[in-house]
Design a protein around this ligand. Sequence first.
Ligand code: SF4
Length: 291
Amino acid sequence: MLVGLHDADNTGFPNIPLMKLSAAYKQAGHEVRVYSEEITFDKVVSSKVFTFTPEQDLPVSTVKGGTGYRSTTSLPESVEHICPDYSLYNCTESYGFLTRGCPNKCPWCFVPAKEGDIRAHADIEEFTRHRDVVLMDNNVLASRHGMDQIARATRLQLRIDFNQGLDARRISDVEARILSKALWLKPIRLACDSATQMPSIQKAVALLRWHNATPRRYFCYVLVKEDVQDALERVRFLKGLDLDPFCQPYIDEAGTEPTLEQRQLARWANTKMLFKTMTFDDYKESRNGRV
Ligand code: SF4
């Protein structure tokens, strides 16, 4: 059977379920290709992560999955735990989850409803085929298994990146010591989605610096909801700690476009040349109603 795999979002970031399906179909003896309108496939599978990605014309028999299609179907366990076929995207890094879920219930976040409480998901060797490993856990520090796997990655000399950001509220001396021994692929990423997280971030960064975690730069996601002044306060606070803020305007499930001011804050804070040379007020004035 010739199987076409369609990445509806096409962001350039590898779609993990499609890489796992590719591995499973190949293991079962089928031929797999990236979907193209010019090829006649026996079966087409499409995956969509984001609800706001527009739907494309696909054969009527296409099997669709992923949050973007509002699908609640999960991959079968045997496919969920197969090593992804990294050749589908010519990856030079491995991708996966050590844990799924999150014990927190931030009101803006879909993870608790979709994935439930934190639980162990996989050992790092299950999906690692490269020295560099990108981990997409939502709250790895809330899991004993997650912490054990970080220590295991260090023993295996793997370079890791938690690309969803780490929850600073979970970083005490024990966690800081384990994290400081890890080999980091990128600056350590934290998240500051609300003002209540600021004291925890200050404490976590002090502990990580005390334990000489490297690299010395820290990156911090800043969720920008309608209250832009609140986000700006967090940005100022992070700058004071010598952290690199990265603003993300909030997009709700319906894909509502963020306001001009939300987008302006993101553009100003995320463009280091602007961030280091002018204030946000000066930036807004200079843009005259444009982003
Ligand atoms: S800590 Fe992160 S993953 Fe967990 S509920 Fe809050 S935003 Fe979602």
